[in-house]
Design a protein around this ligand. Structure first.
Ligand SMILES: [Zn+2]
Length: 178
């Protein structure tokens, strides 16, 4: 039932006169105007409620099937695995880079610590040497022996011979070209 625009009291339709009359304030309104107003109001209300209904309806539609905690973890693992296999090279490179960077960082940290704790560092070094004397001596003897082999006369001679051979081959090549 439409209401009076003036006092909000319920209007009564005077069918013959095509007018609405307010029983309280006595105002008269053309039927068309009141009904149009009423229709507009109804329309607005309808649209709002429709919108709300659509929202309510679309909610369950948008919902994904509920997974258990275990299933979610499995799915995440599968995704990760797929991503890893597809980007293996990238991962490898990144890992190497990370290690390289961190090694440099670690060394830098140690260097700074040594600078600030020279005495403690020396004491530690001495202690370390005292405890591992035998092993370190053995190692140093071994190293010296290996260096001797590496730079021994026979080794140097071998290198020289190789170089001479290469030179000879090159000269022959040149000679044959001309
Ligand atoms: Zn009224």
């Amino acid at each position: 039932m439409p209401r009076c625009p003036n006092c909000s009291y319920m209007l009564v339709l005077l069918e013959r006169r095509r007018k609405y009359k307010c029983a309280k304030c006595g105002n008269l309104y053309p039927q068309k105007d009141i009904e149009l107003k009423d229709f507009k109001k109804w329309n607005l209300r309808q649209r709002i409620s429709d919108k709300e209904n659509i929202k309510k309806e679309s909610k369950p539609k948008g919902k994904r099937p509920v997974l258990t905690e275990e299933e979610r973890i499995e799915r995440a693992k599968a995704y990760m695995k797929k991503y890893y296999t597809e980007n293996k090279e990238k991962f490898r490179e990144r890992g190497l880079e990370y290690r390289k960077k961190n090694r440099a960082k670690e060394r830098e940290r140690e260097r700074i610590w040594r600078e600030n704790n020279q005495e403690r560092y020396n004491a530690r070094k001495r202690e370390y040497y005292r405890r591992n004397k035998e092993r370190l001596n053995k190692k140093s003897v071994e190293r010296r022996r290996m260096n001797f082999d590496k730079y021994s006369c026979s080794h140097k001679l071998g290198k020289l011979k190789k170089k001479q051979k290469q030179l000879a081959v090159r000269m022959i090549d040149k000679f044959l070209k001309v």
